[in-house]
Design a protein around this ligand. Sequence first.
Ligand code: NI
Length: 386
Amino acid sequence: MSPIDRISAYADELTALRRDLHAHPEIGFEEVRTAGIVADLLEGFGIEVHRGIGGTGVVGLLKGRTDSGRRIGLRADMDALPIEEETNLPYRSTVPGKMHACGHDGHTTMLVGAARYLAETRDFDGTAVFVFQPAEEGLGGARAMLADGLFERFPCDEIYGLHNQPNGPHGMIKLRAGPVMAAADFFDIRIKGRGIHAAQPHRGIDPIVVATALAQGLQSIVSRNADPLKSIVLSITQIHAGAAYNVIPDTAHMAGTIRTFDRDLRDLAGARIRELAKGFAAAYGAEIEVDIQDRFSVLENAPEQTAAAIATATELLGSDNVDPNASPKMGSEDFADMAMAVPGAYAWIAGSPGAGLHNPGYDFDDTIIPIGSAFLARLVERRAAA
Ligand code: NI
């Protein structure tokens, strides 16, 4: 029987799990309930479970009927986002200001579905390593698991990850070899001017004028400093200053993100932010502090594991439902750090078109659960073939 058919037989249970997780979202490193449910389910399948890896992470180990020594890792993320859900779904978030708006409830469920299938069939020769990761959304959950000895304690020869995309065609698996998601640095810029009555600007130093000028100036990094043939995004996503109509404030705070695929360009962008801040500080007589934090590495799909993932998806879905040349994205994904530690591949699975990821109207498409579960399970069966 095809793994999709076998998993479809308990799709209702998986959908119920997904909707329960959706109704009870937990943000990064707070996934106590979610991790507990996952760990209990895995134990119920007869899988050896390790809790509390990298905070709230869970690792499951399952041996096939025989053990060649091959160890295949499968990873899902568990965290929600600090977003107020704006849907009328019967299973909408019950937690104010928190929402599964990136489908990590679905990713967790798909990996649980794969684990159940593999535990029931055990038709492989080696070990399946199920990695349920906390805090993917910019809080460093993958790095926390790695720092907690993930691959020393639970060695993997290779690892695979899967992320949904609510843009169709329904059920299509998309990926490509090489760099697929960008590195991301997050930055804060703190400007100290000198506050004064709004009617007497000549006696103060207006940090809002400095901030808006610097915000414009930073775009010259993209348009004038970066090699036009290399991709870079610099977005200012926050500007905070002031609290009154008639007061020029003392300080302003800007924050944002830089995304690149290239180490040299990433370093150049950071250096230019600091140089421009220094120059603008001198020009306006303000003080400017810059703090740049490395949050995400470039996610690079290894050639052999990508080819294996494409072959697996094609076997399950037919070549019409596999896109082996998916476009890279400027978004980021902390699976990148796991894929730097062991060779890996990361694929996207398309749900029916709907509200986008990180949108308050988003919902995961439950009808792709058996497909995603089967893809992950079949990777183990093929890469540690009995
Ligand atoms: Ni996500």
